[in-house]
Design a protein around this ligand. Structure first.
Ligand code: GLN
Length: 246
């Protein structure tokens, strides 16, 4: 099947090589006989989000976020509609912040958000940095997710909002709640960089499965050997565990 992917603002939001997540989608899809068609989006370009099976947005510094925030916010309604219709979405760090209601940066100015995730973000004085390990339940698929976080923003989920997971080690959304990321249907937002997906193949396949279902196929994917991926996950999880709890 052809999986249509929209990569939002790759020239602005690509901190810690977040673009590597796209390479993982591409490789894991190709190994199962599927094809990824990637469309990059720059500010001002036309795009119909529901015409895509998967939307991806990476992380960036406050400066880069400021440059794309108004453009992204203006697309908020269309992105919410696409996710409502089953388009899969992965947002990392800066992109995750801007898919909420907004982000108040260190200089006190507020960037508008796209309003997909029920949260808002306020920059704190101390950056939250280090390896992270999460316990995640994706509709009964219970797994761990490992990665690296580096953010000044404290993301406060609305009451009743679903996080991506529970923090086993690391800071998470705000350093105190014990939660990390946010989940709205087929959309996942997270602070985890690294990039995230090479060491978290279960999460990569869950997102690919949602995208395939949206494309009209089955969300079942043949298993891959994933020996290196599992080793990478174990190393990353071990680093987070040795760092200890929050
Ligand atoms: N600028 C944001 C923050 O510091 C996001 C940083 C990032 O994407 N790593 O909170």
């Amino acid at each position: 099947m052809k999986i249509r992917v929209a990569h939002l603002y790759p020239d602005y939001l690509n901190i810690y090589a977040d673009r590597g997540n796209i390479a993982v989608f591409e490789r894991r899809a190709t190994l199962r006989g599927h094809e990824l068609e990637i469309t990059s989006l720059a500010p001002g370009e036309r795009l119909e989000p529901s015409a895509f099976d998967l939307i991806y947005i990476g992380g960036g510094q406050d400066r880069e976020q400021t440059l794309i925030a108004p453009d992204l916010a203006a697309r908020g309604e269309a992105i919410c509609k696409a996710v409502d219709g089953g388009t899969a979405l992965l947002a990392v760090c800066g992109g995750y912040q801007l898919l909420g209601r907004g982000y108040r940066g260190r200089d006190g100015s507020t960037m508008p958000g796209a309003g997909l995730f029920p949260h808002e973000t306020i920059a704190g004085d101390k950056r939250l940095i280090g390896d992270v390990l999460l316990e995640v339940d994706l509709d009964g698929l219970v797994t761990t997710v490992a990665g690296f976080e580096n953010h000044a923003g404290r993301t406060l989920l609305d009451a009743g909002a679903a996080p991506l997971g529970r923090v086993v080690a690391g800071h998470g959304n705000d350093g105190t709640s014990g939660y990390e990321g946010c989940r709205v249907g087929t959309a996942i937002g997270t602070y985890l960089h690294g990039p995230l997906l090479p060491r978290n193949p279960v999460l990569a396949d869950w997102l690919l499965g949602q995208a395939l279902a949206h494309a009209g196929g089955s969300d079942e994917l043949e298993p891959l050997p994933d020996e290196l991926e599992r080793l990478a996950h174990a190393v990353s999880a071990g680093r987070a565990r040795s760092r200890g709890g929050r």
